[in-house]
Design a protein around this ligand. Structure first.
Ligand code: M6R
Length: 612
């Protein structure tokens, strides 16, 4: 959830750290801080609030000397956002500074131990325990800093990516990673660490992904990596091939809007190279046909919007494969004693590839004997690397906290997976399979048409942006899409919103409908269109205002009943959510804009959720 960055080289560190943090702010934005090694010891600066507060205090970093340092942008877990709880956390002598992403689970016990040794604490954070414990071993054992960090790692439990400075070794940074992302950047006469590539891409394209339990020592001359046994390990270097502009707003007011508009191109990247001569090609896919034929069920495991992709996927995959598909929230899966074995393919979906709940579920499924196939956006992320198979969505960097292009490309890749498996299983009529594949190639162009109609959606947003509560209803695949529409609206506009399966209205929810209640009714699924119409009438009869989403071919019919209609081009029923998501994203965007919300960084949220 937090973002960390480190630099050691010949240039002034602070401006580089602040610039890096500006690209990580999406990970957390409660407070920010930097620590830089100077001739007089560590120079530590932190401030509650957005990064610009800190940057203003430090004149963009120019006020701080020193060529090695670490920086942090925080999503608060232990202790409210405040200057004292901001990172870097420092040891009592001020010699050790630590930035941390993750949670030290046994911090209370360690804090108690240290307090009994007379160590005073200045914050409520779990991270301060790391700084104090490293110093405790550094002083007490007369160890060098690396030994002290090693001994500290033996005592702490939980998830952590750490950047550690010691005033006595001012030209080096110690980096540690366990269950929280951390990459190393290899520059020319300088080296970096960061929570993700965007923070350092301006300086280098050469990165090395740290493995779990790895430790690294960075100096300006080089990086030495060690495994969990403190044995030196070779660094595998990867070249990042996307451009920094992909992670910039490029003239748009918000990342979210830019990312919504990028969806046709993102779909082209996700789909086009994978369809050739009417067949699906999945790069580096190595699950043998015999294994695919031995499958008894699929389990889709994910969180948030990625889970909603799984919900749509259940309807599509079961139709394509004629196998049961279960969908579970990753945070529940790991504690539900799931029925999973070697005949279960677990499909893990994650934009970031770092969501802790999802990672934990992946490991649980592996332990139970399942094979893991992940659908991931961030290349080289932990989930991708721990899976048996990883299919990338190729959506490019997604910065806005509310996911948009990752969602649609995940849907597309899941459909491609279903089509691929159905070929081996012989479970889908060949003509139908070909029809879906052909139609997938038309999606980007159709989506461009949907996005071109954004003014209509803006108009509906202007009609409804002042409401306190909105319901989304739909049946089957439309219900699954409604879950995502509702999440988009609530997370960025703070309007209370729920999604219901339309058939469930009469079992309770309909009591909430009164004069003027907005119900967004999804009726894109042709087979159940009449049923959708009946539910719309039920809502209208009780005073509800209905904004409907349907196929172009049904627009006229829908217009006779609904108060407002948004239509999307007709497509194969399984592909309608890929087109239907965009108007819902735009509706949420415009509503949030009109309410003056902080769209890219909604309150209390962070992009990559690396705590449980
Ligand atoms: O990176 P992941 O796909 O694993 O993230 C899962 C959720 O945290 C994410 O989808 C979240 O719900 C978004 N804010 C939705 O817009």
């Amino acid at each position: 959830m937090c973002g960390i960055v480190g630099y050691v080289g010949r240039e002034a560190a602070a401006p580089i750290l602040l610039e890096g943090l500006s690209r990580l702010e999406y990970r957390g934005y409660d407070s920010a801080g930097v620590a830089v090694c100077t001739a007089d010891g560590l120079s530590v600066h932190k401030a509650k609030g957005r990064l610009h507060v800190l940057s203003g205090m430090l004149d963009g970093g120019r006020a701080v000397q020193g060529t090695a340092g670490v920086g942090h942008t925080r999503w608060a877990t232990h202790g409210a956002p405040s200057d004292a709880n901001s990172h870097p956390q420092v040891s009592r002598s001020g010699k050790i500074a630590v930035v941390h992403n993750g949670i030290i689970e046994n911090y209370a016990e360690l804090k108690d131990f240290l307090q009994k040794q007379g160590v005073p604490f200045a914050s409520e954070t779990d991270t301060e325990v790391v700084a104090q414990l490293v110093e405790y071993f550094y002083e007490n054992g007369k160890a060098d800093i690396l030994d002290a960090v090693g001994r500290c790692l033996h005592r702490i439990e939980g998830a952590y990516a750490l950047g550690i400075l010691c005033a006595d070794t001012p030209d080096q940074i110690v980096a540690v990673r366990k269950d929280s992302p951390l990459i190393l950047g290899i520059g020319d006469g300088c080296n970096f660490l960061a929570s993700d590539v965007t923070a350092i891409l301006r300086h280098t394209r050469r990165v090395s992904y740290m493995d779990d339990g790895d430790l690294a020592v960075l100096t300006r001359e080089g990086i030495q990596r060690y495994n969990r046994l403190m044995q030196p390990v070779e660094m595998e270097i990867t070249r990042v091939d996307w451009e920094i502009d992909a992670a910039e707003k490029g003239g748009y007011e918000h990342f979210m809007f830019k990312e919504i508009m990028e969806q046709p191109d993102a779909l082209r990247r996700a789909v086009f190279p994978r369809i050739r001569d009417g067949e699906v090609f999945l790069e580096d896919f190595s699950l043998p046909d015999a294994y695919i034929r031995s499958l008894r069920k699929l389990y889709v495991v994910a969180c948030g919007s990625s889970y909603h992709v799984g919900m749509v996927g259940k309807y599509c995959l079961e139709r394509m494969l004629r196998l049961p598909v279960e969908v579970a929230l990753a945070s529940e899966f790991r504690y539900m004693d799931p029925i999973v074995d070697e005949h279960t393919l677990v499909v893990v979906i994650s934009q970031s590839g770092e969501t802790l709940d999802t990672m934990a579920a992946l490991r649980e499924a592996k332990r139970l004997g399942a094979k893991i196939l992940s659908i991931v956006n961030v290349v080289g992320s932990s989930i991708a690397r721990e899976s048996d198979e990883a299919l990338y969505t190729w959506a490019g960097p997604e910065i806005a906290v509310a996911t948009t292009k990752a969602y649609t490309t995940q849907l597309a890749v899941l459909d491609l997976l279903g089509l691929y498996l159905s070929k081996t299983l012989g479970s889908l009529d060949e003509a139908e399979r070909r029809r879906i594949l052909d139609e997938m190639l038309l999606l980007p162009e159709k989506l461009e048409r949907v996005l071109a109609g954004k003014e209509d959606i803006q108009y509906f947003a202007s009609r409804y942006f002042n409401l306190n509560s909105v319901f989304f209803i739909g049946r089957n695949i439309d219900y699954a899409l409604g879950l995502e529409g509702s999440l988009k609206l609530k997370e960025i506009s703070y309007i209370h919103s729920e999604a219901y399966a339309s058939g469930e209205l009469k079992h309770g929810t309909i009591s909430l409908i009164e004069d003027g209640t907005l119900v967004v009714a999804l009726g894109t699924y042709g087979k159940l269109f009449e049923k959708a119409m009946s539910n719309i009438l039920e809502v209208k009869t009780r005073g509800g205002d209905v904004l409907a989403l349907t196929a172009e071919s049904r627009r006229a019919e829908m217009s006779r009943t609904a108060n407002g209609v948004i239509s999307i081009p007709d497509a194969h029923p399984m592909l309608m959510p890929l087109l239907g998501a965009a108007p819902l994203q735009l509706f949420a965007y415009y509503v949030a804009l009109m309410r003056g919300c902080d769209i890219d960084k909604p309150r209390n949220l962070a992009k990559s959720v690396t705590v449980e």
